[in-house]
Design a protein around this ligand. Sequence first.
Ligand code: TYD
Length: 137
Amino acid sequence: MDINRCALINLPKIVDCRGNLTFIEGGNHIPFAIQRVYYLYDVPGGSERGGHAHKELHEFIIAMSGSFDVILGDTHQQKRIHLNRSYYGLYICPMIWRELDNFSSGSVCMVLASTRYDESDYYRDYAQYHLAMQQLL
Ligand code: TYD
């Protein structure tokens, strides 16, 4: 798995003078069926979130309000992506280490996920993640 399989995906945008509308269909606009939605909000300035990888989980991250950065890593390379619009998002495939920081005040980070919450799907220890990535090669 490498971070080049992760991608920014533009979503449909229905522009309307009454207010714009964006929608997401699992398996259509994003490459998985959605089983869970969660969001980060009331994030204090300077906070960092994430700091883990997932074995099987696919995720799609959207800045619903404000902005923040997602740092993707795959043991060979790292990329920092700034999210600041609600009409596109970042697809993250399994086995990618991710961290989130640089949250603006009032930001909301919404995550669409391919499975229900399962703690056993996490690598929270970077050394264990690194070892698992070596074994995949
Ligand atoms: P975690 O995934 O570590 O948050 P982040 O990556 O945003 O820093 O989850 C933080 C806590 O919330 C952890 O105790 C697990 C719990 N949690 C759930 O119970 N359900 C969920 O869907 C998520 C994402 C987390």
